[in-house]
Design a protein around this ligand. Structure first.
Ligand code: FAD
Ligand code: NAP
Length: 343
């Protein structure tokens, strides 16, 4: 057993819901050359591998009979520059917001709407992170992976990743099959901004900014997020716990004829996204603040775990939310964070 491999590792400080959890074995990967020995160990012990970034989008059971590999390899490399574009290779362990910040300082644009999203760069393709009208898919070119079974490198072009709303093959056919080592991004040196997202547009207008540049968009996103979202360091949470349901136009209009105030967002492909937060609010979950596990008072999509209760309690509360929303609206909410440790 390599000396850098730990047994019976406490993961409570390594997940932002702060659920108590222990892993059979654990390695903090500092260098890609550690990986073959870690995989040999897992295969020899018959342990499945769970890859962890910064734990901001996972729900962990009390015990994981697995080798947890925390991808901590660092590095940002400029691959090439051509006309107004710049290509970067970012190692999976780089902190996402740190990367966005660094890009802003270099004058590399395209990520400003994705400021302050917790987690590591290597996790960003997993759910095609998105916020304020921009998704990672808009600037991702390639993902460099290692097959967890064979140890062989796998290179995926953006179109192979099947990016969709908070979704990709890393959550589906390739879930738990690949370890992401680095991502290649194509950014712009031109100061073009995307400010159509209503909350962002309103904030900029209300602060008197009429022709924002990337730095102003970055700062606006940071300000809006700080005012609205609980900081996991203070109130443990995993961000939005549910995805916004995507319905057909017919389904959405049926629902809207019964629930006139339901927020609906028609999408370019003809589907309609509806606000999961509204459904949860209508069921009265925001008012239930005496529970040990709650939804956040300012944001019904966020489940908080202030008393640092176990993953099973968080899971039970999520199931209660799903059941009540289904009972009232006939809609089944889909959980966003991945669960580990339950069969
Ligand atoms: P983890 O939680 O550690 O892992 C998440 C999943 O990715 C797991 O399935 C894990 O196995 C897999 N994974 C992680 N790293 C790798 C790797 N190197 N190779 C293979 N698989 C890997 N998300 C958004 O999209 N938009 C938001 O605006 C947003 N806001 C948030 C706000 C808050 C307060 C919080 C707590 C979360 C928010 N999230 C948001 C969710 C979360 O930050 C993102 O999904 C983030 O990308 C997760 O990164 P992580 O490193 O913490 O991943
Ligand atoms: P918000 O602006 O208050 O909007 C509420 C919800 O309505 C969001 O979920 C958003 O969907 C949806 N919405 C609003 N305008 C939309 C439009 N024009 N088209 C499609 N959908 C629209 O949202 P918020 O909760 O404060 O979050 C702001 C942004 O940060 C959102 O993009 C959100 O996804 C992101 N965020 C994500 C997480 C996470 O953990 N995944 C946590 C916090 C914030 P979208 O989610 O599709 O944008």
């Amino acid at each position: 057993m390599p000396e850098w491999l730990q047994r019976d590792k406490n993961l409570q400080l390594l997940n932002t819901l702060a659920v108590p959890s222990r892993a059979e074995a654990f390695v903090s990967l500092q260098h890609p050359l550690q990986l073959p020995a870690a995989l040999d160990y897992a295969h020899g012990e018959g342990l499945p591998v769970v890859v962890l970034g910064q734990g901001s989008n996972v729900l962990l059971a009390e015990r994981l009979e697995a080798l947890v590999i925390m991808q901590n390899c660092l590095g940002i490399e400029r691959l090439k520059q051509q006309d107004d574009s710049i290509w970067l290779r970012v190692a999976a362990g780089e902190n996402w917001h740190g990367l966005v910040n660094w890009c802003m300082r270099q004058g590399y644009y395209g990520l400003e709407n994705l400021a302050l999203i917790p987690g590591a760069a290597g996790a960003a393709p997993v759910q095609n992170i998105g916020a304020y009208g921009v998704e990672l898919a808009s600037c991702l070119e390639q993902v460099h992976c290692i097959d967890l079974h064979t140890g062989e490198p796998v290179l995926l072009a953006a179109q192979d990743c099947r990016f969709a709303y908070r979704d990709s093959i890393f959550k589906r056919s390739q879930a738990d099959q690949l370890l992401i080592q680095s991502v290649d991004l194509k950014l712009s040196r031109l100061a073009r901004v995307q400010v159509d997202y209503p909350a962002l547009k309103n904030y900029l207008e209300s602060t008197g900014v009429h022709e924002p540049g990337p730095q102003q968009v970055f700062e606006a996103v940071v300000q809006i997020r700080r005012s609205k979202l609980p900081d996991p360091a203070e109130i443990p949470n995993a961000g939005s716990f549910f995805k916004n349901p995507v319905l057909s136009a017919v389904q959405a209009s049926k629902l809207q004829s019964r629930w006139r105030l339901l927020p609906v967002y028609p999408q370019p492909d003809g589907s309609v996204r509806i606000a999961a937060a509204w459904l949860i609010e209508q069921c009265g979950f925001k008012q239930r603040q005496a529970q040990p596990v709650q939804v956040h008072a300012r944001h019904a999509l966020v489940i908080t775990n202030p008393l640092r209760r176990g993953g099973s309690e968080v899971r039970a509360y999520a199931e209660q939310i799903i059941a009540e929303v289904h009972g009232r609206f006939g809609i089944t909410l889909e959980q966003e964070p991945r669960s580990y440790g339950w069969v």
